[in-house]
Design a binder for this molecule. Structure first.
Ligand SMILES: Nc1ncnc2c1ncn2[C@@H]1O[C@H](COP(=O)(O)OP(=O)(O)O)[C@@H](O)[C@H]1O
Ligand SMILES: [Mg+2]
Length: 291
């Protein structure tokens, strides 16, 4: 019996069929799955008479969204999600990712959460700024907890810049992190599927930016993955129970885990490495969904 699967995309995504979606659909169909693509508002999901009420006539869901309400409701209704609701939720927030991975022996830059703020008239607290300076020094990295594509990642070179960023970000969850100078404009992205690293690429900024994201002018080149990065990446994916992820490593004296992307785009990775990521993920999904 062929398996029926749904690829779920965010309700407000500008395009339904991105290359990521089409590639996954194609590789799953090539392996005899019957696939549909929908936005997360295109089927009925609600709580009715105190019970989760969802019409979901599929065997599994490739969850390309990050919407935690729909993912948790689908799981309550017994749907197998790739990735699972908890994994996506933890990775969506860079601070909860670091907390989940702390105490596991995984090297990460020293990281401080900014206290959550609910008052738009509040001013950054001088004692907090003192503590950041004392613990992390300058330059210091300031990151929005829910940013992506390098857009919410900033560097403060002095107290005035730090105070400005704190003011700008105060109503968004954010964190402060030690700046790893040896990794300026450079990092390694690896992809892990079904617990195994499938390959890696080095990303380098071509315009002097300290961030190596490709969307900000970085370029990518296939790379062997050293054993320490490989085992750390596999350990992180296992702790976070990810079926699929892209993990960024800062390349200092010891490689340090920078962030875990549960919804990593794989276009640039496929282009740089020649690895068929969609095929490997499709194989994993079908092996996990049984006969
Ligand atoms: N602590 C740090 N020290 C030096 N560079 C960093 C640090 N954190 C992030 N970067 C750079 O910024 C880029 C984007 O940061 P990242 O945490 O991966 O956020 P995003 O989700 O926006 O990609 C990284 O790929 C890396 O090049
Ligand atoms: Mg990143």
């Amino acid at each position: 019996m062929p398996k029926h699967g749904l690829i779920l995309v965010n309700a407000y995504a500008p395009e339904l069929y991105t290359r990521q979606v089409s590639r996954l659909k194609e590789e799953l169909e090539r392996r005899s799955a019957i696939m549909e693509v929908k936005r997360n508002n295109e089927f009925s999901a609600n709580i009715k008479n105190s019970r989760t009420d969802i019409a979901f006539p599929y065997d599994f869901c490739v969850f390309l969204d990050k919407d935690k309400y729909i993912s948790h409701m689908l799981e309550k209704a017994g749907v197998r999600l790739f990735n699972t609701a908890r994994a996506v939720e933890i990775c969506d927030d860079k601070m909860t990712t670091h907390i989940a991975l702390a105490d596991s022996g995984i090297p990460m830059p020293d990281t401080l959460p900014a206290p959550l703020c609910y008052d738009k008239t509040a001013k950054p607290d001088a004692a907090m700024l003192d503590a950041i300076e004392r613990k992390l020094g300058y330059p210091v990295i300031v990151k929005a907890a829910f940013g992506s594509l390098g857009n919410g990642v900033f560097k403060a070179d002095d107290r005035a810049e730090l105070e400005y960023l704190c003011e700008q970000l105060k109503l968004q969850p954010h964190l402060f992190q030690k700046y790893i100078s040896a990794s300026h404009g450079k990092d390694m992205r690896v992809i892990v599927i079904g617990g195994k690293v499938i390959g890696g690429m080095i990303r380098r900024s071509d315009n002097g930016d300290f961030r190596s994201n490709i969307g900000l002018g970085g370029s990518a080149e296939a790379s062997d993955v050293p054993q320490d990065i490989r085992s750390t990446a596999e350990k992180a994916a296992s702790i976070l129970r990810l079926d699929y992820c892209g993990i960024d490593f800062l390349l200092g004296d010891t490689p340090m885990l920078c962030e875990v992307n549960s919804n990593a785009y794989f276009d640039a990775f496929e282009n740089a490495t020649g690895i068929n990521v969609a095929a490997k993920y499709a194989e994993h999904i079908l092996s996990e969904t049984g006969e």
